[in-house]
Write a protein that binds this ligand. Structure first.
Ligand SMILES: C[S@@+](CC[C@H](N)C(=O)[O-])C[C@H]1O[C@@H](n2cnc3c(N)ncnc32)[C@H](O)[C@@H]1O
Length: 509
């Protein structure tokens, strides 16, 4: 037993010594062979052992390894420059975002794929009925608690239903997220992307489409997916829309379970890592284990890379995403967007239901055809509503907010002490309008509140001095002066009543 412990201790110390030696040598030489490190070590390691120990840290150290015979050449790859949009690209992007439909070539490809898989035209009444059945079953499943769901995508119709109902809206919503990354200068001229739980390739295909707005950007997208049916659909769609000399290289998806990918070969130095609508499906893993899983993948993230997690806007998954974001923040990642921690505190995410919206898409031909039945609303999915978080390793945040000393702003964690009083707060607008024509309601967050806080703006109180509350985009930090605090016992929440005397000033966008 003692000998065993001693040996384990020696192994840990040897690994530590090895890693610090690699760091040291990499600081003195731009290129070296891994075998050169052996000479510096007290306990000899083989090249294979050294590679196994180094591989998970390559991206974190900013290094890459190239197999060279029995050895590995270690070097510091040239960083691809960040990509800045030019004026023509910005205009193109604005026009692109105003399009309400999927590219027709993709819509055709989905129809052709359904036709080929079923052996009948996609608009055949039998096929439509089966698609309807698959869509309803998938939606019913979705509302069950995560551990009671049976979403496996192993059956053909589950994937065909997904293509008909979910794919179009997720494909279109991806545009807004890529646009945010592009406008914020987080894209690179040559990017490595990894999409985990890629399904039928929604994100890689959306990325390929989006990159056409960019003059000189290129990307390579790898992905992991466990369902063969999804991989087949992804391959067929990618082939159908392939163009000669594409800006984006879509690697064939790797069939694996993201919770235990085994020896699946994944890129190092990933610039953008995407978990789109997948983490909530890992029902067997508690939050802490899911956060650990993301952190394991984060080891492969380039030092200036971004992790993008997207979940449906539905309350449970959306709130779960906020809890996940905080767990990842506590593990050392920084939340780049959408949250701003105005007072530098950690938040209480348990009741944080916050999502972004965008204009609805135009229904596809399949949706319209499916809808010619008694319950048309069940088969048309056009609303874009999503919860997302962007995380970084380098501490970068989208908006930081320094509150001037002279500003007498109250933390939202203190509103309960000020019920019935008029106060000033600095907080981010974290929802679109949740109210109606008579009273506009917006969720507020400064990262400190323990209970939800909303700004309520009755329509007849809208004035030039407070209308920014309605106009400001999701995530904008607002100073809200002279607002009345009320407690809402029905929702155990606080409402800040905005009146004609209230001033709303955007501080940082
Ligand atoms: C809701 S779909 C999302 C697909 C795509 N990312 C999107 O946003 O449309 C979830 C996908 O994750 C896959 N998935 C779920 N758990 C997985 C796991 N443990 N390993 C690999 N893939 C998984 C499913 O097979 C499915 O294709």
């Amino acid at each position: 037993m003692y000998e065993c412990l001693r040996q384990r201790f020696r192994q840990i110390m040897a690994a530590k010594q090895f890693l610090s030696t690699v760091k040291y040598v990499a600081g003195t030489k731009p290129v070296f062979l891994l075998s050169e490190i052996a000479a510096y070590l007290d306990d000899p390691l083989t090249v294979g052992q050294m590679y196994a120990a180094l591989q998970p840290h390559l991206a974190g150290f900013g290094l890459s390894a190239l197999k060279t015979g029995e050895d590995y050449t270690i070097s510091r790859p040239q960083q691809s420059p960040l990509y800045t949009l030019n004026t023509a690209e910005e205009k193109r992007l604005a026009a692109y975002l105003s399009l309400g439909s999927m590219p027709s070539v993709l819509e055709d490809a989905i129809e052709q794929y359904i036709t080929r898989k079923t052996g009948k035209d996609w608009s055949d009444p039998i096929i439509l009925e089966r698609l309807r059945h698959a869509i309803v079953a998938q939606k019913d499943d979705y509302w069950k608690p995560a551990d009671k769901r049976s979403l496996q995508y192993t059956k053909g119709y589950a994937v065909l239903g997904y293509l008909a109902y979910h794919f179009p809206v997720y494909f279109m919503q991806a545009r807004y997220l890529f646009a945010q990354l592009a406008r914020d200068g987080l894209l690179k001229r040559d990017m490595t992307v990894l999409d985990l739980g890629t399904g039928p390739g929604v994100m890689p295909l959306a990325l390929e489409d989006f990159w056409r707005c960019l003059d000189n950007a290129r990307a390579t997208v790898s992905s992991i997916e466990r369902s063969k049916e999804n991989i087949e659909a992804f391959g067929a769609l990618a082939r159908s829309i392939a163009t000669p000399d594409p800006q984006v290289t879509i690697e064939p998806p790797k069939e694996a379970d993201i919770t235990s990918p085994g020896d699946v070969l994944l890129p190092d130095r990933i610039d953008l890592m995407i978990f789109s609508n997948v983490l909530n499906e890992l029902a067997g893993l508690p939050l802490a284990k899911r956060a650990d899983l993301v952190m394991t993948y984060a080891e492969r993230l380039a030092p200036d890379g971004t992790i993008l997690i997207i979940e449906p806007a539905e309350e449970v998954t959306s709130t779960g995403l906020r809890a996940m974001s905080l767990a990842l923040k506590k593990r050392g990642l920084s939340i780049y967007a959408p949250c701003t921690f105005v007072w530098g505190t950690n938040c209480t995410p348990d009741r944080c239901w916050s999502f972004q919206t965008a204009p609805s898409i135009r229904p596809t031909r399949i949706m319209n055809t499916l809808a010619s039945c008694n319950e048309p609303f069940r088969y048309v999915n056009t609303d874009i509503k999503y919860s997302y978080v962007m995380l970084r390793k380098d501490g970068k945040v989208r908006t930081s907010c320094n509150i001037p000393k002279e500003m007498k702003a109250l933390r939202l964690s203190k509103v309960h002490l000020n019920v019935g009083k008029r106060i000033t707060v600095v907080a981010a607008k974290m929802s679109e309008d949740l109210g109606d024509k008579e009273t506009h309601i917006f969720r507020l967050c400064d990262g400190s509140a323990e209970k939800p806080v909303y700004a309520m703006l009755p329509a007849f109180h809208i004035m030039p001095s407070n209308r920014e509350l309605g106009i400001a985009p999701y995530g904008t930090i607002l100073e809200i002066r002279n607002v009345l605090v009320r407690y809402n016992p029905d929702h155990d929440a606080y409402n800040l009543f905005v009146s004609r005397d209230t001033m709303v000033i955007p501080l940082v966008k």
